[in-house]
Design a protein around this ligand. Structure first.
Ligand code: G6P
Length: 602
């Protein structure tokens, strides 16, 4: 939720940049900064808090110049401090840069740059970009930016200037808005058109992968398709010491939650900040029905979302899988919105459903992991899950990112409606604790591996759960099927007695998700039905519940959290269980037979 600003022209730069920042400040910010260039001198001033604080620091500085950049920051990586405020500079104080977006691979880049001798002063993801540009700078700024962008993964709207390539602004965009206003004697740049309209006659909306070089005389745009760096990295090095990507990605599940919520929770306001929805927030107020569409694992995240959205945002919600929705005759009206959930953003069935909804003129939203994917481009607005690259075919950490995003969307829509401040605060503060709780769940990995050894030779499994954990039962079963090739079914606990129970015997174990929540007693009854027929049961229960041990054969404990957030903890042992069973059976866990990571055909 940052915003950038830039100006080059005949007028005094500082007042125009400050006005640009003020006009873009409606979304909230916590610090700000500017760099103004005169001849080949660059002066950078930053301040924490309101823009008035920056203005105070600027008083008496007589900062004159004809080109410069500015930024307002909403903290994501690192605390609200002056060191973490933009613009950032390189080791030589030559290049200055401001950024709106997120650099997903900043840790890897930072490690390399530190080894190469670069000195960092902030905790932000952004600072790596300025050092990376420094690495490639040989006198021509746009050339260095072009090379650096090839290594950056994530979303960005960058404005960049350099002392040693003066009177020039380089602007680059991928998935974060960036606009350039044009006048006879000047160019103005901003993330938001409101900052440009008063100053320019014509506006260019930069496209993804475009890099603009702006001088006093000229504006020059090149389009650079940034190659995926993923394939270039040796596979073993990327696994970070784990035997499979899937295990690495499960171990990254706490981080996936953390990345999704970073900078988006407003605990005091009991609300969330989802910058990607700003442009449609008024339209969303009028929505009275939601249709969530997804495939595979993402469809189970959508089903959890259905429970969340109906219970807390009080919006009638339904879920469909892409392959069905595209051939239905959906009855929708202008107050319906479609929400598309997809890790890759390229799943053909989901995209076809999106096309169908767009044809009907419905508002469409994307919950997507891959920046710049077809889904991200084609929806009206959306939220990135920021889970980072997911390599293993079976989706794991991306699921956690989807659940965290759906929980935030619930708070966003709920607070636009009847959700009370206290309820918003409760959900948001519990969400903030989840990454740590998820780390606790991962500590049971050795125990879960032992259980996998005990159960790996069974050929059939049930997974049961109720309410928020009914979709998690389906996800647990899908994961086991996908990579271990064992037969597994996920069913809502209450439905067992309507047929499935016929299969239960001592050779048909059940994984029962039964946290201490509003349906716990009901789940216990379902477990009793299984035990009465001789079926072995592994329970996923809340820490401190000793009673459950008396009924079931094995227990995996998860910490207590809000009922609507339990899926983000209960799914972790199921992912681990599937992984260990498949690995013990000697399967190619990362590349299961017959499956593809991104199914781009019908
Ligand atoms: C494929 C993958 C699944 C995934 C599904 C949806 O079938 O094997 O793991 O859940 O596609 O993918 P998406 O990228 O749309 O989330």
């Amino acid at each position: 939720m940052c915003r950038v600003s830039g100006y080059i022209g005949k007028k005094e730069t500082l007042p125009i940049i400050m006005d640009g920042l003020r006009r873009q400040s409606y979304g909230g910010y916590d610090s700000s900064g500017v760099v103004i260039g005169k001849d080949s001198n660059l002066t950078c001033i930053k301040a924490v808090g309101k823009l008035e604080n920056l203005e105070k620091k600027l008083e008496g500085q007589n900062l004159k110049g004809n080109w410069g950049i500015g930024h307002i920051r909403w903290a994501s990586h690192g605390a609200v401090t002056e060191a973490n405020a933009h613009p950032f500079w390189d080791c030589k104080k030559n290049i200055y840069l401001a950024h709106n977006g997120i650099i997903e691979n900043y840790r890897e880049l930072k490690d390399v740059l530190i080894k190469e001798g670069h000195k960092f002063i902030s905790e932000t993801d952004t600072e790596v970009a300025v050092h990376l540009i420094e690495k490639y700078f040989e006198g021509n700024l746009e050339e260095a930016v072009r090379k650096a962008l090839k290594e950056i993964r994530g979303a960005y709207g960058f404005v960049i200037i350099a002392r040693d390539d003066p009177q020039k602004i380089v602007a680059a965009r991928l998935s974060s808005p960036l606009l350039i206003g044009i006048n006879e004697d000047s160019y103005i740049i901003a993330s938001d058109p409101t900052a440009i309209v008063p100053y320019a006659r014509k506006i260019i909306n930069l496209d993804d992968y475009e890099i603009a070089t702006i001088t006093l005389k000229d504006l020059f745009i090149i389009k650079e398709k940034v190659p995926e760096t993923l394939e270039l990295v040796p596979e073993e090095a990327e696994k970070g010491g784990y035997p499979h990507f899937m295990l690495k990605e499960i171990m990254e599940e706490p981080e996936a939650i953390e990345n999704a919520i970073r900078g988006r929770l407003m605990i005091e306001e009991g609300s969330v900040k989802l910058g990607g929805l700003d442009s449609i927030s008024e339209k969303l107020r009028k929505i009275n029905r939601l249709i969530l569409v997804a495939c595979g694992t993402a469809s189970y995240a959508a089903r959890v979302g259905e429970y969340m959205l109906e219970e807390y945002a009080e919006i009638p919600t339904e879920v469909d899988i892409g392959s069905e929705f595209r051939y239905r005759k959906p009855v929708v009206d202008k107050n319906t919105a479609g929400i598309f959930v997809s890790q890759s953003g390229e799943t053909a069935d989901t995209l076809a459903a999106l096309k169908e909804m767009k044809q009907k003129g419905i508002l469409t939203l994307g919950i997507t992991n891959v920046v710049g994917s077809a889904q991200a481009r084609e929806t009206d607005a959306g939220v990135y899950t920021r889970s980072g690259p997911e390599i293993a075919v079976a989706s794991t950490k991306a699921f956690l990112g989807q659940l965290a995003t759906l929980a935030m969307l619930t708070v966003y829509l709920g607070r636009q409606r009847e959700m009370a401040l206290v309820m918003g605060k409760r959900i948001v503060s519990e969400l903030a604790k989840l990454p740590e709780l998820a780390k606790d769940v991962l500590k049971s990995a050795p125990e879960i591996e032992k259980l996998a050894k005990k159960y790996k030779d069974y050929k059939n499994f049930w997974f049961i759960g109720r309410k928020y954990n009914a979709p998690i039962a389906s996800e647990g079963a899908l994961k086991l099927k996908e990579i271990s090739y064992l037969h597994a079914e996920g069913v809502a606990g209450g439905e067992l007695k309507h047929g499935s129970l016929a299969l239960i015997d001592e050779n048909f174990p059940t994984v029962a998700i039964c946290p201490s929540d509003s349906v716990y007693e009901k789940m216990v009854s379902n477990i009793q039905e299984i035990k009465a027929r001789g079926g072995p049961v592994i329970a996923v229960a809340t820490e401190g519940n000793e009673d459950i041990k008396k009924i079931v054969d094995d227990v995996i404990y998860i910490p207590k959290t809000l009922e609507m957030l339990t899926p983000m903890l209960s799914v972790i042992p199921l992912h681990l269980f599937s992984y260990y069973v498949a690995a013990l059976l000697g399967h190619d866990v990362d590349r299961p037979k017959n499956l593809a990571k991104s199914v781009t055909v019908e």
